[in-house]
Design a protein around this ligand. Structure first.
Ligand code: PNS
Length: 160
């Protein structure tokens, strides 16, 4: 049973994240989507809300679980018996940070591999940051977030 962790802030989940989740499920037996509890970062959506939205989204995929975690990713990965960390790389600009994080995680846990996946090209400019900005100004989030969550995300962001 090969388990992978797909960690992130998911503030909120985008179509790029969803694309990546579907790609990752083809590679492993079990995928744990893990939302970081990060008290140092202010977020638009509570961790509970982010987990709930992800759970709703992955409901049709029985091999995917959604949870949140505190602390080091490598410790959480170990607790889940994961052998792989999955991260998305949209463009070259993502690469430097992702590369450094992967090497640092490798120092901390040499047996845990980081695997980068590319989302569909049409999602290469989609990010949670842009979703938050566009949503808070009343812009249309079609093509940016999953259809089933769009109203909920728009309403929350419009409230400020
Ligand atoms: O979606 P994000 O914000 O780019 O995800 C970043 C995340 C959650 C993957 C990263 O910040 C993380 O793993 N944090 C947990 C703390 C940790 O393990 N830090 C050391 C990383 S080298």
């Amino acid at each position: 049973m090969r388990t992978a962790i797909y960690p992130g802030s998911f503030d909120p989940v985008t179509l790029g994240h969803w694309d990546l989740i579907q790609r990752a499920t083809k590679l492993v037996d079990r995928l744990v989507v893990a939302v970081l509890h990060n008290p140092a970062k202010t977020s638009a959506f509570s961790v509970e809300d982010r987990v709930a939205m992800l759970k709703e989204l992955v409901a049709p995929l029985p091999q995917v679980e959604v949870t949140s975690f505190h602390g080091l990713l490598v410790d959480f990965a170990k607790s889940q018996n994961a052998v792989v960390i999955v991260r998305g790389v949209r463009a070259f600009s993502d690469f430097e940070y992702e590369f450094q994080m992967a090497l640092m995680n490798r120092k901390l846990a040499p047996d845990l591999e980081t695997v980068f996946l590319m989302p569909k090209e049409k999602y290469s400019a989609v990010s949670s940051r842009f979703v938050r900005e566009i949503g808070s100004m009343g812009g249309n989030l079609a093509e940016l977030v999953p259809e089933t969550l769009r109203e909920r995300i728009s309403a929350r962001l419009a409230k400020g």
